[in-house]
Write a protein that binds this ligand. Sequence first.
Ligand SMILES: Cc1cc2nc3c(=O)[nH]c(=O)nc-3n(C[C@H](O)[C@H](O)[C@H](O)COP(=O)(O)OP(=O)(O)OC[C@H]3O[C@@H](n4cnc5c(N)ncnc54)[C@H](O)[C@@H]3O)c2cc1C
Length: 298
Amino acid sequence: MIYDLIIIGLGPAGVSAAIYAKRAGLKVLCFESKMIGGYLNYIDKIDNYPGLYGISGPDFAFNLYESINKLGIEVKNTEVIEITQGDVKEVTTKNEKYLCKSIILSTGRSPKLLGISKEKELLGHGISHCALCDGAFYKDKVVAVVGGGNSALQEALYLSNICKQVYLIHRKNNFRVVGEVVERINNTSNITQMLGQNIKELIEKDNKLSAIILDNNQTFNVDGLFIYIGFEPNTKFLKNLNIINEDGYITVDKYFATKESGIYAVGDIVSKDIYQISTAVSDGTIAATSIINNIIKE
Ligand SMILES: Cc1cc2nc3c(=O)[nH]c(=O)nc-3n(C[C@H](O)[C@H](O)[C@H](O)COP(=O)(O)OP(=O)(O)OC[C@H]3O[C@@H](n4cnc5c(N)ncnc54)[C@H](O)[C@@H]3O)c2cc1C
């Protein structure tokens, strides 16, 4: 069987593409390694998507799952590990190979690591990238948040409602955002800002994070550490294609086509200015429509 289109990653970008492709009658197959909805599963609240003010991320993700389900779109719950280019393209998972004429890449981005010793071992044992998922484990406890962008500040505020104390650590002397969110941080009594500092060491006790040591050698006992220092595009499995720029993102044209014929990229893996749900959804729509139009022309 040769599919018209294979979509890899079912966050908002991939789901949008899948809806258009399926409704146009294409033979479409999707791959999702974790949960339909992608990063939305980890967002507390979304206030800026038109028509859905205040929706929780998991509720939004469930709505995307429902769309896929109701349209009867075929989904394999597994990770794609390689793609081979050709007139007929091969999509490889751990156990199978699938064939298709076009591919849409929509694998999003993952949180960056600090790059210090014990960080990977302590992930899930005191270290987290998701306050919404793990914040409740730290009720009335002491946590640190690292980062100076909007995500770090929003998550620090979220945790301040649950935890006894939140240390907000940022390597620069100013946050990367201004306005209301900074004002709220300044006015929240249980958030202590530690600017111009890096974490240099993690202390572990009984296989759990117990303290952090900063550049200035101050030690703080913490129960949890939440890291929000940016993202890395999920493009490592595409190394054999010549489509990734030096930052790891994918460069596309106005139809979201990459340099490789028949391979498109949409959403947060694309090199662009605005990384939002609305732009991801729009990218997916444009790429799928372009593929549909090309098929009609053939
Ligand atoms: C803390 C935070 C808060 C945010 N809040 C907002 C907000 O309020 N409003 C807003 O508009 N945007 C917000 N965003 C941004 C928004 O989440 C992203 O722009 C959007 O999710 C991007 O969609 P996507 O489909 O490109 O990628 P993702 O949502 O990241 O989905 C990618 C999917 O691909 C899957 N995948 C990855 N690799 C593979 C593989 N090899 N094989 C198979 N599947 C794979 C992943 O499991 C994932 O499900 C927020 C982001 C963060 C981090």
